[in-house]
Design a protein around this ligand. Structure first.
Ligand SMILES: Nc1ncnc2c1ncn2[C@@H]1O[C@H](COP(=O)(O)OP(=O)(O)OP(=O)(O)O)[C@@H](O)[C@H]1O
Ligand SMILES: [Mg+2]
Length: 308
């Protein structure tokens, strides 16, 4: 099946001369949940804004449902719901009207049943007659999502939907995203919470300095880059790792009291036992040991060189 969104060689140089995107290519399949991860200023919002037709690309092509986002803007925009990173809404309007008008702005006729269903699914129905300035920050964010869903989009962009949102609402949001996926909606979200990507995404894209470093199915990524790490606490300090243990590429902690061994989980089932035997032969006494799997966060830090 043709991808719902196709991005080819996308480049964006802002009027200031700053190059925010440097030739990004990406296909997004219908019905998937894609998480875009990257540090501040990586180019996530720029990319989303171009797909949504808010920012013009400098070079490259983007299609949504087969239509070009520049030449067939109306057709592509009608298929897209966007929850922007910045909150910008008329604070004096009521919840109901804000969401219902949004449908009109997308050229859709009124549909009270749909608006009711959307407001209920976001626990906003009781607040439908409140004006937005009477709502809490998290509720305002939910109104933005309701607006983005008002015209039944095929693709939903959530640009940091859970920034500054409490844990309960974040979980609600995740539940909502999986509900949407069941109805066939494609969801692209940006986040600084790696846990969020780990929890709900089918695929993860990592973007840095305007370049897409990788896009990979989440499970395959964890398999490919996720290593296991065994930490051995030593009985007495070691000055250096003996040469005969070179093949294990062990790391010694600065106090000499710990050895760290990193390995691929399925690499070599006998490797751990062999290592322990080799340590014994070298008269290195082990007091305790523990193993754990590297997380998506550690994979990210390794690629980018800093925390998300
Ligand atoms: N209108 C603009 N004019 C000039 N430079 C811009 C403009 N908008 C964004 N930029 C720059 O482009 C780069 C990418 O910004 P963008 O908003 O796409 O990053 P982001 O990945 O969404 O970051 P964040 O995680 O902070 O939201 C940044 O260096 C930013 O300063
Ligand atoms: Mg952004």
């Amino acid at each position: 099946m043709a991808p719902i969104i196709s991005i080819r060689d996308l480049t964006k140089t802002y009027a200031s001369g700053f190059q925010a995107l440097k030739g990004v290519s990406l296909d997004i399949e219908e019905g998937e949940i894609l998480a875009l991860l990257g540090p501040n200023g990586a180019g996530k919002t720029t990319m989303i804004s171009i797909v949504c037709g808010i920012v013009n690309p400098t070079y490259g092509q983007v299609t949504v449902g087969g239509y070009d986002v520049v030449h067939d803007f109306r057709k592509t925009r009608a298929m897209i719901g966007l929850v922007p990173q910045e909150l910008t809404t008329d604070m004096f309007e009521t919840v109901y009207n804000t969401v219902s008008f949004s449908r009109g702005l997308h050229g859709c006729p009124a549909d009270p049943d749909h608006i009711e269903q959307v407001l209920k699914s976001l626990s906003l129905w009781e607040k439908r007659n409140s004006s937005l300035r009477e709502l809490s920050g998290g509720m305002k964010r939910r109104v933005l999502i309701a607006k983005a869903l008002s015209h039944k989009p095929k693709v939903l962009f959530l640009d940091e939907p859970t920034a500054g949102v409490d844990v309960a609402l974040r979980r609600d949001m995740w539940a909502l995203v999986s509900e949407l996926r069941k109805t066939g909606v494609t969801v692209i979200l940006t986040t600084h919470y790696i846990e969020e990507a780990e929890e709900i995404a089918d695929r993860v894209g990592i973007i840095n300095h305007g370049e897409m470093l990788l896009v990979e199915e989440k499970r395959a990524l964890m398999r490919k880059l996720g290593r296991k790490r065994m930490v051995l606490d030593l009985i007495s300090p070691l000055k250096s790792i003996p040469g005969r243990l070179d093949e294990w590429r062990l790391k010694l902690a600065s106090d000499g009291m710990q050895i760290v061994y990193e390995y691929e989980p399925n690499d070599n089932p006998g490797a751990l036992m062999a290592l322990l035997a080799a340590l014994e032969t070298s008269n290195i006494g082990v007091a305790d040991m523990s193993t754990r799997q590297t997380s998506l966060e550690e994979i990210f830090v390794e690629l980018i060189g800093k925390k998300p």
